[in-house]
Design a protein around this ligand. Structure first.
Ligand code: PHE
Length: 340
């Protein structure tokens, strides 16, 4: 080959292309460079390859080889610059100095937390935990508890019947009788569980809700034991300055009966202390002798007290929640606030 011109021209094209690639500021500019040199119809390197046929046959291999080498070099340079512009060799797109995001691990539902906290206090006071069926009979839910079936509480308006005389328990009190049947006194139990009533779902009612039953049966148990134990519970749960008040009430299965209120002392952020209003936390009373006899115990020998409280209400008070339904919507953004 006498004339080296095409080879020399390829060398110049290579230098120009590499220079243009290096100074391309963004991917659009780089794409222009690619089209200019390697584009199928207009590309300057492509043109040399296409023009091979016009060269003298003896020159074709050498020029062809050189053109392919230059094409390869330019293509590789385009690719390297392209990934450089995409951030390949710049600082990583992840900022490793940012604090890690806290991972949501799940947590106990606020009502479950209240049940646990309440249960743990009574456990420390010597109580054991008991349970009973959610579907129960009229006998356990009403009659054994000194509640005749013509009592308003037994009305189908209030109670969810499954089949004749079998219902979804409307309170946890049937666990009193079921426990007394199985065990001899002394009895000290806490029985948390679901109960059901024909209530409309609103800010303060749900047709299914949690109750916690408490029952103590022994010789010489008096109202004084009851007041002392409840006072101790309230001070452990809400703080040492908490006051407890007993208001006369009526339940067929307790005599006398009471509703129990608590008044808390809250310390504000500025250090001032304020008393809350009285808040009702439970229904309670001395176990009616008829109930003790129904259990097969000697009512002359044994006495006792019982209560039923609502942990959802207690959780609402504790967290300042004013709509019970938020506990049941299962919106993780709401529930995550209570995760410990
Ligand atoms: N079972 C009653 C209720 O659901 C509460 C209660 C329990 C009252 C035990 C007295 C004794 O309202």
């Amino acid at each position: 080959m006498t004339d080296d011109t095409p080879v020399v021209a390829l060398g110049a094209l290579e230098a120009q292309a590499l220079e243009a690639i290096a100074s391309a500021e963004d991917r659009d500019a780089l794409e222009h460079v690619r089209v200019d040199f390697l584009g199928r119809s207009e590309g300057r390197i492509s043109a040399v390859l296409r023009g091979l046929g016009q060269l003298p046959p003896e020159d074709r291999p050498k020029v062809g080889q050189e053109a392919n080498r230059v094409k390869g070099v330019v293509a590789a340079a385009l690719e390297a610059r392209s990934s450089e512009l995409a951030g390949g060799s710049e600082a990583p797109a992840v900022d490793l100095t940012l604090p890690a995001r806290r991972r949501w691990k799940g947590g106990l539902h606020p009502i479950t937390q209240a049940v646990n906290d309440i249960w743990h206090i009574f456990r420390d006071l010597g109580f054991t935990r008991a349970r009973g069926p959610e579907a129960d009979t009229e006998w356990y839910n009403f009659e054994a508890l000194n509640t005749p079936l013509d009592h308003p509480a037994a009305d189908e308006q209030d109670t969810l019947y499954l089949v004749d005389s079998v219902l979804l328990r409307s309170h946890t009190s049937p666990v009193q009788m079921r426990t007394m049947e199985k065990h001899d006194p002394p009895i000290r139990i806490i029985a948390p569980g679901w109960v059901y009533r024909r209530d409309t779902y609103d800010a303060t009612h749900t047709p299914a809700f949690m109750q916690i039953e408490g029952l103590v049966i022994d010789e010489d148990v008096t109202f004084v034991d009851f007041k002392a134990t409840l006072g101790e519970f309230a001070r452990r749960y809400w703080g040492p300055d908490t006051q407890v008040r007993f208001r006369p009430s009526f339940f067929p299965f307790t005599e006398p009966s009471a509703e129990v209120d608590v008044k808390r002392v809250i310390t504000r952020p500025d250090g001032t202390r304020v008393e809350t209003d009285w808040l009702e936390i439970m229904g309670a009373g001395m176990v009616d002798p008829n109930v003790i006899e129904n259990a097969g115990y000697d009512a002359e020998k044994y006495t006792g007290w019982a209560f039923g409280m609502g942990p959802a209400r207690i959780a609402m008070l504790k967290h300042g929640v004013d709509d019970l339904r938020t506990f049941f919507d299962n919106d993780v953004r709401f529930l995550a606030q209570f995760a410990s």
